[in-house]
Every structure is written in structure tokens, then in C-alpha cells.
Design a binder for this molecule. Structure first.
Ligand code: PMP
Length: 444
């Protein structure tokens, strides 16, 4: 696997041509198009454990895990079995079902949230949590952090991370709003601060705290590459409640990934509301938001804040979520294993980069990791501006070097990779071998 293979991409190319004719850019989510790294996006035919197989039959060691959900590995037997069983009973009811209660009880038990409402994506979860915070407080403004991504609701596409950190030409984009089609008046209700800048947050709250409905944050950032919060910043976040603002931890990426109780548990946070997605649906479309009962009871039909969904609580999706959370609960040692893998991966990558003379700065926590192509000391990349100093051309060269050796890394400098339970010793050593060769191919 580790030799650079000139494997065929003919099928992916043909599919991409067909897709471009009927879908904007040929993809249904922008980063999949490989715009910032170049080359043909691989069309995936199937996935098993830690591996993807593309339409040309090439197998890749996968570090995306569907951008987070697949913490157990692809096509895990327990999840497959649960979905198959649910399928036999019908695919959607538009009426309450027992699995919704089971999954909500699991989440409440694991996280300490008092009430949970299911939606169908992370975007809907954050969008709904913000409407709820506005309805609860009667205030208009929200605060978010530069480079944090909370899905594509209008008011959140303001100096956002993820695919928005690279525009179509692969250049860094820093416009606010970060998308066309978001009215300035609407974006104006979103106040943006730097991540890990507690003084700025304190100053804003002191000046305008009474106008602010909510402060939403990624408790560990994945969407500017991995950024780890400082204790001072976390303390400042908790002080926003002194002004009556609702503190919303966006755990769409970190929930059930950094620990059974997410980043909230790992970092001893105490948010009022939390948003989930990805792992909570075990690879099927689920999002959720939840938290304090007195706030959540403002949600319709209990309260005046409207939010609904035709497929919310879908039985197949609930079954996948339940099976995933039960597996995680039954194997709490998994989080230590994932962290151990990431720590050894980071060490090996550092060593290989140094040998090849390529400057890198690696951030990792639990099973999330980013290799920033820049010479800053490890752990010192702490905000959007620092992440943006990375050499995206060097990253792209390294990415292609890995891909040609069968390792499918996240196709953007500004993303986390995700390690799963299916990544073992063989995968670690294959990755390090491929990565060392790929570093040799990077011009520094
Ligand atoms: N919040 C965070 C922290 C995310 O990482 C994402 C997706 N990457 C979202 C929200 C949006 O979730 P979805 O793509 O399911 O709408």
C-alpha cells in the first residue's frame, strides 16, 4: 500500500463528469470536490472498517470517517444489524416512536443534558438552538468565533471555518459574511471574535452583554484545523452567563468523540445548551440539541419557539445512533486507545517531517488531529489567523502524496482528521510509512 501507485481514476473521472452536468461543482458538499488540493475526487463505492473502496476498485485507508460520524469504523456489525432490524419495521412514521425515547435517554444519561430534541443535521441543531436562545432571552445578537463552523444557516456563515476557509480558487477567504446570499443586515446580528481571546470576549460582554442572546462556540475547533481552547478562554465563555446570555457548546464534531460526554466532559465545561450531529446518528442523518430543561421547554409544542421536521426521529437513523452510543458505552477504554493512536501518529509525523526538512506544527486531542504546514511550535496554533498562516500548497502536495499511496487524509489544510476504533497497529505503521515518503515529495 505504501508505494506510490499510478492507480486508475477513470471511473471516478467519468462519474465526476456526469455529476458536474447535474450538480453544482459535481458534489453535494463543497470540500468533497478537492478544489483546494487538486486532482480527481474519488467516488466511493463502499466502506468497511478503516477503509474506503472507490469506483475504480482502489482501497484507501480512511482518515475522514465521513467527517466524524464513523468512530466505530465503517459498516460496524452492531450498527448494520440495528438498522436492518429497524428497516424491517418501516422507514418513517411521522409519529412518535420508541427509538426516539431510547436515544434521548441515552444522550441524557451520558451528557447530563436534561432535554433533547432531534433534527436531521448539525446545521439544523445549531440553527434551532440559536432561535431557542433568542426566544428565551428576547434578545437579537449572537456571538461566534472566527474560523468556527456551525453549519450553513444564514446567520452562522460569518467568518466561518471548514470549506469556507478556502474559496473556489483555493485562496484564503476572509470576507464577512462568508457566503453570497447572506444579507448584511442578517450577518450584522452575528458578532465575531477571535477564538482563544478571553479579553475580547469580556470586553464585548461588558459593553453589550445585555443585547446578546447567545454565545456559540466549538469547544475544540475542528473546522479551522484542530484548535485547542485555553483554560482562560473557557473561563471567559462561562462568564457570559453573568449577562444572561445562553452559552451554546457546538459538540456536533466533538460530541461522543472526545469522550462519552464529549468535549464538555473532557474539559469540564458547563454549557446551557449543546448541539450534536455526526456520531449521534451513527452515519445516518441525525442532529440534536439539548440542555437545561427551563430553556428547552421553550421549544414548541411546550413553548413558543417553533421547530419541526418531517424526518426528525427517523427510526433508521435513531437505530444507528442507539447502536453506536451503546457500543461506545460498552467500551469506554476506546477513548484511551484512540488518544494513544493519535499521540503516536503525531509523534511519527513530526519525526518524518523533520527528517524531510518540512516545517509542521501538529495539534491533536483525542482522535482529532491536524498537521499545519508551518514552522510554529507544536500547540501554538490557537486561532484562525495562526491556522491561516499555513502553506496550503505544501499541504496539497503532501495530501496528494498520501492519496497516491492509499491514504485518504482530509482534503483541506483546515480540517481535522478522525481516527476510528478500526484503526490499529497495521494502519498506524502504513500511515507513517506513506507519510514519510509524502513529506519527501514536499518542496520546503
Ligand atoms: N457544527 C460543527 C462543529 C460541525 O463540524 C458541523 C459539520 N462539519 C456542523 C455544525 C454542521 O453539521 P452538518 O454538516 O450535519 O449540517
Amino acid at each position: 500500500m505504501t508505494t506510490s501507485q499510478p492507480h486508475s481514476t477513470a471511473q471516478s473521472e467519468a462519474l465526476f463528469a456526469r455529476a458536474r452536468a447535474v450538480t453544482p461543482g459535481g458534489v453535494n458538499s463543497p470540500v468533497r470536490a478537492f478544489r483546494s488540493v487538486g486532482g480527481v475526487p474519488r467516488f466511493i463505492a463502499s466502506a468497511q472498517g478503516a477503509y474506503l473502496t472507490d469506483a475504480d476498485g482502489t482501497r484507501y485507508l480512511d482518515y475522514i470517517g465521513s467527517w466524524g460520524p464513523m468512530i466505530l469504523g465503517h459498516n460496524h456489525p452492531a450498527v448494520r444489524e440495528a438498522v436492518t432490524q429497524a428497516l424491517a419495521g418501516g422507514t418513517s412514521f411521522g409519529a412518535p416512536n420508541e427509538r426516539e425515547v431510547d436515544l434521548a435517554e441515552l444522550i441524557v444519561g451520558l451528557t447530563g443534558a436534561e432535554r433533547v430534541r432531534f433534527v436531521s443535521s448539525g446545521t439544523e441543531a445549531t440553527m434551532s438552538a440559536l432561535r431557542l436562545a433568542r426566544g428565551y432571552t428576547g434578545r437579537k445578537y449572537i456571538v461566534k468565533f472566527r474560523g468556527n463552523y456551525h453549519g450553513h444557516a444564514d446567520g452562522l456563515l460569518v467568518e466561518a471555518g471548514s470549506g469556507l476557509m478556502t474559496n473556489a480558487e483555493g485562496e484564503l477567504g476572509a470576507a464577512a459574511p462568508s457566503s453570497a446570499g447572506v444579507p448584511e443586515e442578517y450577518a450584522g446580528l452575528t458578532l465575531v471574535l477571535d477564538y482563544n481571546a478571553p479579553e475580547a470576549l469580556d470586553a464585548l460582554m461588558a459593553a453589550r452583554g445585555e443585547e446578546i442572546a447567545a454565545v456559540i462556540f466549538e469547544p475544540v475547533v475542528g473546522n479551522a484545523g484542530v484548535l485547542i481552547p485555553t483554560p482562560d478562554f473557557l473561563a471567559a465563555l462561562h462568564r457570559v452567563r453573568d449577562f444572561g446570555a445562553v452559552l451554546i457548546a457546538d459538540e456536533v464534531m466533538t460530541g461522543f468523540r472526545l469522550s462519552l460526554s464529549g468535549a464538555t466532559g473532557l474539559l469540564s465545561l458547563d454549557p446551557d445548551l449543546r448541539c450534536w450531529g455526526k456520531i449521534v446518528g451513527g452515519g445516518l442523518p441525525v442532529g440534536a440539541y439539548g440542555g437545561r430543561a427551563d430553556i428547552m421547554d421553550f421549544v414548541s409544542p411546550q413553548g413558543p419557539v417553533y421547530q419541526a421536521g418531517t424526518l426528525s426521529g427517523n427510526p433508521l437513523a435513531m437505530a444507528a445512533g442507539i447502536a453506536t452510543l451503546r457500543e461506545l458505552k460498552a467500551n469506554p477504554d476506546l477513548y484511551r486507545q484512540l488518544d494513544d493512536y493519535a499521540t503516536r501518529l503525531a509523534a511519527g509525523l513530526r519525526e518524518a517531517a523533520a527528517r524531510a526538512g518540512v516545517p509542521v506544527s501538529i495539534n491533536h486531542i483525542g482522535s482529532m488531529l491536524t498537521v499545519f504546514f508551518q514552522g510554529a511550535p507544536d500547540g501554538s496554533v490557537r486561532d484562525y489567523a495562526a491556522a491561516a498562516r499555513s502553506d496550503t500548497a505544501a499541504f496539497a502536495a503532501w495530501f496528494q502524496g498520501l492519496l497516491s499511496r492509499g491514504v485518504y487524509w482530509a482534503p483541506s489544510q483546515f480540517e481535522s482528521i478522525f481516527i476510528s476504533a478500526a484503526h490499529g497497529e497495521a494502519e498506524l505503521s502504513a500511515t507513517l510509512e506513506a507519510a514519510a515518503q509524502a513529506f519527501e515529495g514536499v518542496e520546503s
